[in-house]
Design a protein around this ligand. Sequence first.
Ligand SMILES: [Ca+2]
Ligand SMILES: [Ca+2]
Length: 722
Amino acid sequence: MKQQQAKRFLTVSSCILLCWLTLPVVVFSSEQAEVEQGLAAKYPGDKGIESDPVVIFASGFEDGFEKWTRFRNRPVVKIVSDEAIVHSGSASAEITATRGKDSGGDVGYNLAAGVNQLYMRFYCRFHKDTVGVHHFVNMGGNSKDYSPGGHAGQRPQGDKHFGTTIEPPNDKSSWFFYTYWHQMHSWENPDGRPSGLIREQWICVEFMTKLNAFGKSDGEQAFWINGKKMGHWRPGEPVGTWMRDMFRTSGQLNTDPKPFEGFNWRTDAELKINYVNLQWYVSEQIAKEGQTDKNIVYFDDVVLATEYIGTMVDDVSTKPETPKVDFVRPLEEDPIKQLPDVFFFEDLETIGELKESFHNIGGNFRVTGKDVVSGQKALQMTYIPKEQMTGDPGSAGYLGYFFGDNPLTGRIKNKKPYNKVYARWYHKFEEGFKTQQPRGTLPPKMARMRCYGPDWEAVYTVLFWIEGEDGHIAIERHTKAPNVHREWLPNYHTTWGFLNEGNIGRWIHLELSVSLGEGQRSDRIQAWADGMLICDIPNDDLAAGFKELTLNAMQWDCYWNGGSPASQSRFYDDLVLSTEPIGPVRTPLSPVIVKAEPANPEDPKQQQWEVEVAQSRQVPVSLVDNVRTPEMEHTTVWKGLVEDGGNTVEVNSDNGKFVGPRQGRVELAPNMLHSVRLRQKSNAGLWSDWSKWHSAFATTWLQNATKQDKIPPVGFLLKHNK
Ligand SMILES: [Ca+2]
Ligand SMILES: [Ca+2]
């Protein structure tokens, strides 16, 4: 009996009298179209969408087919719970058509009352072996006395039936509508530019029918693929020519373009949209082209509403947080320490008291083993909460190192001038570091490089500051050098922010350089963050040719005007001063990557995490300005997977595989800038988003590298073109 019904349906569906297709113009426009968000955006993961007043029906198949009202060939319509297939939740629908045996099946829903306008959104996915489909998902209206079937090749009567089917592409076409109504035109072949059938991917399809007012031709239909509108047919648009069944908007047959006249769907106002059908009708004519006997489709997350629904938005409540790298562990003995240009190196490993290494010490700096990049020790600066402070609430103080011709300490034996100084340090705001309200700002101070005169007066200062609600690095300069054109030079605001995604709670490479030229507007100031040149100011007017005293102080500064909202810490490690560029820490060729602890301690333990390492290269730009985001090129060279619950992974061929330019190798390339990205999977089996590429590190030189070989890592940008 079921078999008979299937055959009868096949006969009806085989009639092609009323084919009506989308055309090339539509395909082009869709590529440029914006994704339109709809009511689904209010319900991440579609959770609770069924309770929205404009939603008529919603099913993600979590309760099977309970709410669905009709089937064709029920045995081939199934629920699957394979997590590799399911779009959301725990279940999807699967319909299989088997060549030589059946033409597939359908599952449908009847709208008891009927509506005058209906949007249907669903997700579909075609199995990799699926050749195509003869007819796909549809909606329409049947009068009470209309019996579907047996109307092959006939225009329906306007008071009995209308219907429209959204059809996926075959390999020669694009998505199109296949539509029956009482004024339909006759059939002819398509000539559309193909988009082809995409398999093994969930596709979000939405289509809408709006019925005409009685006696008018003001009906509409439209469809969206992945949230982008592909076409909308209504009175006045698009402009084209009816050529038998097809409304052509381009090509040779578009001989007499006129605005589309609209749809007169029905001649009886009582005839409404009263059914939808997830149809999977694969005729023998289609199936015979296939490589295998089975043609399979999956459906999920079906919503019917009287307003536009749009694509599902991520349910962030179930998606794990995006992980980040805390740091990449450097070599035990940093080879940078041995470079002839390095004149200060402090990894805090051997220091007893801060005064052994620093000349002025203020605030709550101390050596700590709590959080480090290199070795076992680093610097911790802990803020006292504002309420507990006496006196100046912002007095967090700084840690300074004097050098060269600094006149303030007799401890400096060599009073040589320093006309070019690079300062490199690692810094971390502890996870959960609280900003100052109401603006949500971080402590504005980080570091400064100076030229001191004999009476503590700074001749000039370059300040590495943190500003704004994104906590971006800003470079300020103050100068009283004799020939400068102004005392305060305009601030240089970089686009690199601590409060941008993932920059709190991890160690970050920071670097500042000041290079003095000859005469006015000849100095150069540069800054780097996380391996990227983020500021390059040539022709600056800092010293303006003043050379009686030169660069002679570096200070790491934590002052916070207004005070800290809580007791909280920031950390420093691996402080270096050199007359040449320094760059990020040097690691072995098989470095250990340390993943940061989750920001939210409530976050359940992650099941596994994936990590990728790339060779990174910053692209110089000819025009340097302070709104430009650094352009980095990343080439993935290693992919690893951590499944043991640990937070560390060594980059080697046991824990992952070398790919791209390092395919077949067993370690990373020497002296090269690298970046890392991560994602993690929750116990519920959901992957987080990938992190951005971050945590830049530099692999060490080869063992036999000569002095000349010991240059900054390849990919580390030293200056822009200007
Ligand atoms: Ca589902
Ligand atoms: Ca250290």
